[in-house]
Ligand binder design. Structure first.
Ligand code: FES
Length: 123
């Protein structure tokens, strides 16, 4: 593996993202609550450019004790990225897809040191 300097931390705005092409690999860098998350820009469903999708809170349907719907609500503090091809939603912090345990964003190894973001890529 080799480590490549991608960007200054401050280049990525809070709640923003930037897509980089690194040695032929597209990587989405997200900054959420001053943490950096890095995912391959390849959707695990059918390969769409998932990191270019819209960011929005997750939605849940609440039920009463008799399982009647109380309506849908945004989940406070959540943040999903929505793949632009078919709309699958992934938690931008964990990469998890709520609909199937085996679908997960592909993590890109990375580090933040002294205000710089580095990724590690296979040689
Ligand atoms: S390719 Fe991303 S949801 Fe289908």
């Amino acid at each position: 593996m080799k480590e490549i300097l991608l960007a200054d931390f401050d280049e990525i705005p809070e709640r923003g993202r930037k897509i980089f092409s690194v040695e032929g690999v597209q990587v989405g860098i997200f900054r959420i609550d001053d943490q950096i998350y890095a995912w391959r820009n390849t959707c695990p469903h059918q390969g769409g450019p998932v990191c270019q999708g819209k960011l929005m809170r997750a939605v849940e349907e609440r039920l009463d004790d008799q399982h009647r719907s109380l309506g849908v609500h945004f989940i406070e503090g959540s943040l999903n990225i929505i793949c632009p091809w078919h709309g699958y939603e992934f938690d931008v912090r964990t990469g998890r897809y709520a609909g199937a345990a085996d679908l997960h964003l592909i993590p890109q190894p990375h580090q933040v040191r002294e205000g710089k973001i580095y990724v590690s890529i296979d040689d």
